[in-house]
Design a protein around this ligand. Sequence first.
Ligand SMILES: Cc1cc2nc3c(=O)[nH]c(=O)nc-3n(C[C@H](O)[C@H](O)[C@H](O)COP(=O)(O)OP(=O)(O)OC[C@H]3O[C@@H](n4cnc5c(N)ncnc54)[C@H](O)[C@@H]3O)c2cc1C
Ligand code: FES
Length: 344
Amino acid sequence: MRVQLNARNRAFHFEVEHGEKVLYAGLRAQAGLPYECATGTCGTCKAKLIDGRIDDAWPEAPGRKLIKPERGEFLMCQCAAQTDVSIEVASFVYPADPGACRVGTLAGKVGAVRALTHDVTSIDVALDAPCEFDAGQFMAVNAPGVRGMRGYSMVNFERPARRLEFVVKKKPGGGFSEWLFSGKAEGARLELLGPLGKATFYPELAKNLLCIAGGSGIAGMMSILSRACQESYFDRHQGDVFFGVRTMRDAFFLKELSDLKRDRLAITVALSEEDVPASAASGFPLLRFERGLVHEVAKREMAGKYQNVRAYLAGPPPAVDAAIRVLLLEAKLTADCIRYDKFS
Ligand SMILES: Cc1cc2nc3c(=O)[nH]c(=O)nc-3n(C[C@H](O)[C@H](O)[C@H](O)COP(=O)(O)OP(=O)(O)OC[C@H]3O[C@@H](n4cnc5c(N)ncnc54)[C@H](O)[C@@H]3O)c2cc1C
Ligand code: FES
């Protein structure tokens, strides 16, 4: 089936397979369609149906609060075309950058599943075919018997990548969480779509890096730091990482972060619900530990140090929103210097 898409600036045509979501088909066809979560929560992929029929796979999607179905509006990440369709997108849409990694469908098998804390697990996925992604990107992932896709950021950075590493924070009652934490995951086959997301890091950026992560938001930062260290980026530029968790019991990747530590890379762990225990600094002498919410600790430590900064933020939406406010209002960074993923 064919999609005719009229954006504010130009038209695109692309083919969509039976049951395939319009957003995913458009991204595969290199159209830079608007999206953030790619999984039904944010409403960014809003479009208007002009002609033809679509099927909405998830009418209860939270992102539908931001659309007006009575005006023909729908979420491209949740709807598949049932016929040839003509749709409109209110924003400017450009072809994907020629150098950008191509979005495609992938499949792989879950290998090692490793508990990192009482409610965070790391999973390794061996891909059937290698893929390329940029540091900071995520995949939409579908697990057997779980309806819909979930976004998970890659932790590793290799090019080409034959395996992907993810960390998953357990959400009690959540579809993917319950599947993963029930012990059924090892050896299971996953379908993936990606790479997705614009919170990407390239060594050519030539800016100081500021990373603010809440909980599992550290996933994509590990990929960014891994790529930056592979390219000796911190020989030339400053890096500041703030990793927020509630207590030391919730912290993970502290050994991996210590291994990434460089002279010009400062890594601070912010504990929001307990004073810093003495054992933290003695166990991980290369890391700094502070008490406070991660955006407040970052605000305190970064005062006067925002020159030539590109900021990356990830984690629960309230944590990301609070950090964005600090960066716009206190640090006076412009929006193009802030990249984020809200784990909604
Ligand atoms: C860009 C991005 C990156 C993320 N990276 C990470 C990460 O690295 N680590 C991490 O722990 N979490 C990450 N998340 C959050 C993650 O995607 C899940 O929301 C979280 O793991 C809870 O999933 P769940 O299935 O357990 O909970 P659920 O409440 O079952 O589902 C959560 C999400 O799944 C989708 N969903 C649920 N039901 C349906 C349905 N019937 N049909 C279609 N879709 C449905 C929706 O997007 C929903 O918000 C990320 C989210 C985004 C948007
Ligand atoms: S991109 Fe479709 S709702 Fe977020």
